[in-house]
Design a protein around this ligand. Structure first.
Ligand code: GDP
Length: 264
């Protein structure tokens, strides 16, 4: 219990900040810590916002322009400031996943979610199911936030980047296949969850039950296969991009930083 309490404490201390934040989610072993370390190394001045190892202040590397600063020039203090962001790591271990869920409850400073998967692990059934199950739950949380919003405008969009990491490994699925396999696995999960609800009697009869059932159904597009594109109708764009934090030929995270820049 103590480590959990400690963790909770660190967590609460790590979050209050006004810097634009990107959440790092994903199964353990995917490469979140590696990415965090890399992003932190990009800093000009290595200052940590807290003693927590879970949130680091990162700086968009040279050559990337935050979307909010397209009309500013490098050297302009506002431009330099706009390149700062906070990267918040969340434990991917199953038992600790509720911390990630807690992070999802307050998304006020969050510009986007980077969901890291091991592209070699998703080439195998167990790894694929773990990643897809977690991603399904994250996307469903975002969907509920959107459909449950009180205002007609809806909450601000939280885009998701699925960072297919470890592309340096020859066993890794290339990004288009990683995308396809994750979509297929989420289709299966979505279907089995719906069946599970019916079997448990949750969704028997009653209009209210039918509505409840619908709220648990990820994405639009009826009973057919799930596609990430369906998330756009519920205010979430999902982009799948391959890359690697480590590897014998160095790292390739250009696409991910470009994505972050687009949302910064
Ligand atoms: P986390 O549990 O998501 O924080 O994952 P870690 O960052 O601890 O990484 C898990 C393992 O994968 C470590 O042994 C890393 O060295 C390794 N790893 C991370 N990124 C890459 C990558 O791009 N390529 C390869 N080959 N290994 C990686």
């Amino acid at each position: 219990l103590l480590p959990i309490l400690l963790h909770h404490f660190i967590y609460r201390r790590a979050t209050p900040t006004t810097l634009p934040t990107f959440l790092l989610l994903g199964p353990s072993g995917a490469g979140k810590t590696a990415l965090l370390t890399l992003a932190e190394r990009n800093q000009v001045a290595a200052t940590r916002t807290s003693t927590s190892p879970l949130a680091v202040e990162a700086l968009l590397p040279e050559g990337f322009t935050p979307a909010s600063s397209h009309y500013r020039s490098p050297g302009d203090p506002t431009f330099e400031r706009s390149r700062c962001f906070l990267l918040v790591d969340t434990p991917g271990h199953g038992k600790l996943r509720h911390f990630a869920t807690a992070q999802l409850a307050d998304l006020s400073n969050v510009r986007g979610i980077v969901f890291v998967v091991d592209a070699a692990a998703v080439a195998e059934e167990a790894g694929l199911n773990e990643a897809a199950g977690y991603l399904h739950d994250v996307l469903l949380t975002l969907q509920k936030r959107y459909t449950g919003a009180k205002t007609s405008k809806g909450p601000k969009e939280i885009p998701v980047l699925v960072a297919a990491n470890k592309e340096d490994l020859f066993t890794a699925l290339p990004q288009h296949l990683a995308r396809l396999e994750l979509e297929k696995a989420i289709s299966r999960i979505r279907k089995s969850k719906a069946t599970g609800l019916k079997d448990s009697g949750v969704a028997m009869g009653g209009e209210e039950d039918a509505m409840e059932d619908e709220r648990e159904w990820l994405g639009e597009g009826g009973e057919g296969p799930f596609e990430f594109q369906q998330m756009e109708e519920v205010g979430t764009s999902v982009t799948v991009l391959g890359g690697n934090v480590l590897g014998s030929e160095g790292s390739d995270v250009k696409g991910w930083f470009e994505w972050i820049a687009e949302h910064l």
